[in-house]
Design a protein around this ligand. Structure first.
Ligand code: M6R
Length: 599
């Protein structure tokens, strides 16, 4: 999704901004631009496509020490140079980058900007024109900015330059993430700390509806009504090397390889006196709930479906899982003592956040399971469980899914123990075995590459089937394949195919079937026979102990509840190799963003 950077200091602003934007590339974007300010005025460089394309347009002769930059993921207006940020007001005085969506931009345009020619199709341009208009009416820049923000409805992270003031970046945010980074002789702005780790690891978090005046030697935060706010910086617990690819060709491959160590790290992080444990307050909040509502999107939603199995089977608490973007319209009748669990790798997903805001207003307890400490969802919910997976850069989520499943397993197990549920296995030991099983799969990449070649090289579509907990993984397998290889893929409950979708099976259609659950193994094998009889090319992935002659891949045996941690891994790798065969941009699939910060 869109990303913002800003630099105000003594060094070459262009290079710092471009490097910062490169670090934000993983979020997904389709155009990019920077604006720098020096004694000659403000110069804008922008381009459709990649940062590499933008670099070719940047004039190396332009020297400047202050500037702003942006990667755009198109919402209003097609991805082209004209709609790329930064945008400038008609008079040329103000230059702005924006992340988010201005819902009432049309109304504002009609009410205030009649006669002002718009250069782009974006909602953003309205903001910069309004600041210009109000400053012409005699307001100072900060007051014109505040007045504009009071009129705007929607989400925004903004960085603004004023042609008449070469020392300041004006910044504001509402619902979209934005941080100010601080240094001794400079200050910076970034949607994500990763972008500016190149110069600092000290960041100040901003709250909604705050305005910040960023000079090179000071940062002043205030509210929309002008009240000054004091806030100390925090240290971003990120290692610059965590966000490098190293010798890997793709982040996705690196992140899949990290999965065994992520599970081991989670065991360590959630261990107290040799036993798995979660924070007492969190445990109490879960045990007091009469029903858990899991809210999430995409891969995190799929992890939530597995989480439901865990909390119901290990802790005896009923669970509902909801897609966050749907929950607002379809809120179920809530139980008397609900607990809301938000699952989000980034902790910034706008669809999930809007539910969190509503639920917080209703006064229900909330817990976020996230990979990013200090993220919006983490800050705004009552409790947080961290994934400890390290930064996930590839758009396709892999290690975060595995981490989500592992952390949910621990939370449910610890809750079950606390509630006196008879659990006759040691979760710590079982997770350790699962980590080893994942290791053996990532070590057999050549096998997955062959499967991808055999089953998907010329496929137009593919189906993933499973029953029970395998169905949850089938959904995730299908999402992985479609998002990075663009092969149309669907996940189904094995028994459901014959109720319609089996009509799509024809000679050679790939069907990936998961067989990890003993009680439904025969049923899913029955479904495989049904599709094979109609010409499908079935790839059976079975767990050791449930295998049969002719199965395509045997994965190591693990506790039946923990199979999602393991069975998802071949599906991730097969998707990866299928995407490589098709020469797709694995880490940055088309049209997708890593962190979806608009609703
Ligand atoms: O950051 P989140 O976990 O909240 O993101 C939710 C989805 O956007 C995300 O899981 C998406 O589906 C992944 N790119 C899939 O690989």
């Amino acid at each position: 999704m869109c990303g913002i950077v800003g630099y105000n200091g003594n060094l070459d602003a262009k290079e710092i901004l471009l490097k910062g934007l490169e670090k934000l590339e993983y979020r997904g974007y389709d155009s990019a631009g920077i604006a720098v300010h020096n004694e000659e005025g403000i110069t804008i460089f922008k381009e459709k496509g990649r940062i590499a394309d933008l670099r070719t347009t940047v004039d190396s002769e332009v020297e400047a020490h202050i500037g702003i930059g942006h990667t755009r993921w198109a919402t209003h207006g097609v991805p082209n140079r004209l709609n790329a940020h930064p945008h400038q007001s008609a008079s040329g005085r103000f230059t702005l980058v924006h992340n988010g969506v201005i819902e009432n931009y049309h109304l504002l345009q009609k009410a205030y900007l009649k006669g002002i020619p718009m250069q782009s199709d974006t909602d953003t341009e309205v903001i910069v024109q309004l600041v210009d208009l109000f400053s012409k009416e005699g307001l100072s820049t900060v007051e014109a900015f505040r007045k504009t923000l009071r009129l705007v409805h929607g989400s925004y992270a903004l960085a603004l330059l004023d042609h008449e003031d070469a020392e300041t970046i004006y910044v504001a945010k509402n619902k979209s993430p934005l941080l100010v980074g601080v240094g001794d002789t400079f200050n910076v702005v970034a949607s994500d700390a990763m972008a500016m780790l190149q110069v600092t690891d000290q960041f100040i978090e901003l709250h909604d509806k705050e305005v910040v005046i960023v000079k090179k030697d000071s940062v002043e935060i205030s509210t929309l009504d002008g009240r000054v706010v004091e806030r100390k910086p925090f240290k971003a617990e990120l290692d610059a090397s965590d966000i490098e690819k190293g010798t890997y060709p793709h982040y996705m491959l690196k992140e899949m390889d990290e999965q065994p160590s992520v599970v081991r790290k989670i065991i360590q992080q959630y261990e107290q006196q040799e036993e798995l444990a979660i924070d007492e307050d969190i445990l109490q909040a879960i045990t007091e709930a009469d029903r858990i509502y899991i809210i999430a999107a995409g891969t995190s939603y799929h992890a939530g479906l597995v989480g439901k199995e865990y909390f119901e089977k290990m802790a005896g608490i009923p669970v509902e899982v909801h897609i966050s973007s749907e929950f607002g319209y379809n809120m179920p009748i809530l139980s008397e003592k609900p607990l809301f669990i938000f699952i989000s790798q980034s902790g910034e997903t706008a669809d999930s956040r809007q539910v969190l805001v509503k639920i917080t207003e209703m006064g229900h307890p909330t817990l976020t399971v996230t990979n990013v400490a200090g993220s919006t969802l983490s800050r705004e919910s009552d409790y947080t469980l961290l994934l400890h997976a390290g930064p996930e850069i590839a758009v396709a989520s892999t290690k975060a899914y595995v981490a989500q499943v592992a952390v949910l397993a621990i939370a449910a197990y610890v809750t079950g123990k606390a509630r006196g549920v008879a659990l006759d296995f040691d979760m710590k030991q079982e997770l350790g075995l699962a980590a080893n099983a994942i290791q053996s799969i990532v070590d057999a990449k050549d096998v997955m590459e062959e499967i991808a070649e055999d089953y998907l090289k010329i496929a137009r579509n593919a189906f993933f089937i499973g029953r029970n907990i395998d169905f949850c993984v089938a959904l995730e397998g299908a999402l992985k394949l479609k998002e990075i290889s663009y092969i149309q893929a669907e996940g189904f409950a094995g028994g459901e195919l014959k109720h319609g979708t089996i009509a799509l099976i024809e000679e050679g259609t790939p069907v990936f079937a998961l067989v990890t659950q003993e009680q439904v193994a025969l049923n899913i094998r029955g479904n495989v026979k049904e599709v094979v009889a109609r010409g499908a090319n079935a790839c059976i992935i079975a767990m050791e102990g449930l295998e049969e002659d002719g199965d395509t891949l045997i994965i190591p045996r693990v506790h039946p509840l923990l199979t999602p941690l393991v069975s998802v891994v071949p599906l991730q790798l097969i998707s990866y190799y299928a995407a490589l065969h098709r020469r797709c941009d694995v880490d940055k699939p088309r049209n997708l963003a890593k962190s979806v910060t608009v609703e």
